[in-house]
Design a protein around this ligand. Structure first.
Ligand SMILES: CC(C)(COP(=O)(O)OP(=O)(O)OC[C@H]1O[C@@H](n2cnc3c(N)ncnc32)[C@H](O)[C@@H]1OP(=O)(O)O)[C@@H](O)C(=O)NCCC(=O)NCCS
Length: 151
């Protein structure tokens, strides 16, 4: 996905708003998830995201998504964001995000997703790393759930 950063997308310093970048990240990941499972799906989580360089008004935000792991009903998608200077074509990485989407039926209940074909060593490495991230994520989610029930 490519977005031209316009004044409405930016803060008073002329840098794109973090919330706008999160919106683009969520959209790009949603397209990847939908194309994989061809059913409705929802964002279950977005892992911590940092903004390592600004994207200025007049620059492009180049947002690239790819699936890294498919579980039973969930999918992990990695999204990379770069800024691109239109005059020089130079690009710089600004953010990396990992999102989990869950495929759902009409009642909102999770449904199975197709398996992900891992063809290269890099894809297999990323999938192994995704399993570790998933375990950590679920542990945190259970911890939050326990805290809420305790209150
Ligand atoms: C996401 C959602 C469908 C999960 O429903 P659930 O009843 O908790 O589902 P389950 O416990 O059966 O888990 C289903 C899958 O989701 C994964 N999952 C559940 N909670 C998760 C979380 N917080 N982070 C990452 N993955 C999660 C589980 O690991 C499981 O994956 P698997 O089938 O590949 O093993 C439900 O919580 C929901 O509808 N949330 C709101 C989504 C939404 O509105 N998003 C828009 C932004 S607010």
């Amino acid at each position: 996905m490519v977005q031209l950063v316009l004044p409405n997308d930016a803060n008073t310093l002329g840098n794109v708003l973090g919330g706008m970048v999160l919106h683009w990240i969520d959209l790009a990941a949603a397209v990847v998830a939908h194309r994989h499972c061809r059913t409705q799906c929802v964002t279950a989580s977005i892992d911590q995201v940092s903004f390592e360089a600004p994207i200025r008004i007049g620059q492009l935000a180049v947002i690239t998504g790819r699936m890294t792991f498919a579980g039973r009903t969930s999918m992990e998608i990695r999204v990379d964001v770069q800024n691109e200077d239109l005059l020089t074509g130079l690009r710089r990485q600004t953010s990396t995000a990992y999102l989990t989407f869950v495929a759902i039926d009409k009642k909102g209940a999770p449904v199975p997703v197709p398996p992900l074909l891992l063809e290269t060593e890099e894809e297999r490495r990323e999938a192994r790393a995704a399993e570790a991230r998933r375990a950590e994520r679920l542990q945190k989610a259970h911890h939050v759930e326990r805290e809420i029930t305790r209150r």
